[in-house]
Structures are given as structure tokens and as C-alpha cells.
Design a protein around this ligand. Structure first.
Ligand code: AMP
Length: 114
């Protein structure tokens, strides 16, 4: 559990201010924001990546997406819109091996991403 930065955040070894927390998930600001609002939503369970999810994780995945919506709303992103991203593996640009959803907003996003 503590072998990633996010595992260390979950056990309090690395500080982070949670903007949301419940039994299954927490959310906090990205340390290197790529947009005026950049939050990370992570499960308490140490699932490394979306590619490691199995059928039994469906409820958790749905819950995490709902938390993305809740924190985006609380950050005032509802009207303008926002982006939810999860990077997977090396080609996907994932740098922390603990599943996380980026919630990005506060500016117009470009498409396609780099
Ligand atoms: P990814 O590259 O998709 O794996 O995203 C990992 C994200 O974690 C990056 O956007 C980093 O800026 C962010 N990050 C790394 N360390 C911390 C930290 N201590 N607190 C908050 N965010 C972090």
C-alpha cells in the first residue's frame, strides 16, 4: 500500500489536503497542476491502474467517476465543463502506479491531447 506516492499520502506519510474523502476514495490537488483546477481522485484500495481492474471493481470504478463529478461540481466547474482523464501504463503517460483520475478544468482543453 505504501510503495507509491499515493499510498504514502493515504497513510499520512506524505501530506495532502483532501478536498473529498469517504470510505473508498479521496481527492486532493495535483502538486503540479496542468489547469487552474487540477484534482486527483484515487481509491483507498491500491489498484495500480485501470488495466488491472476486474469485474469485481465495477462498483468502485463507478464510484470513483461519481466522486470526479462531485469534486468538479464543488470546484465550480459544472457550468464551463471539465475533463476527466486516467493515464494507463507507459504509453498512456502514467507515472504513479496507483489508479487515479485527473479532474481538470478552469480553462478550455485542447483535443487531441499530446
Ligand atoms: P500520472 O502521470 O497520470 O500518473 O499522474 C500522476 C500525478 O500525480 C501527476 O500529475 C503529478 O503531478 C501528481 N503528483 C505527484 N506527487 C504528488 C503529490 N505528492 N501530491 C499531489 N500530486 C502529486
Amino acid at each position: 500500500m505504501t510503495d507509491t506516492i499515493f499510498g504514502k499520502i493515504l497513510c499520512g506519510e506524505i501530506p495532502a489536503d483532501f478536498v473529498y474523502e469517504d470510505e473508498h476514495a479521496v481527492a486532493f490537488a495535483d502538486i503540479d497542476p496542468k489547469a487552474p483546477v487540477h484534482l486527483l481522485v484515487i481509491p483507498r484500495e491500491p489498484l495500480p491502474s485501470l488495466k488491472d481492474a476486474v469485474q469485481e471493481d465495477c462498483a468502485l470504478l463507478g464510484h470513483l467517476l461519481h466522486v470526479c463529478k462531485v469534486v468538479a461540481e464543488e470546484a465550480g466547474l459544472d457550468e464551463g465543463g471539465y475533463r476527466v482523464v486516467t493515464n494507463i501504463g507507459e504509453d498512456g503517460g502514467q507515472s504513479v502506479a496507483h489508479l487515479h483520475f485527473h479532474v481538470l478544468g478552469g480553462r478550455t482543453m485542447q483535443w487531441p491531447p499530446g
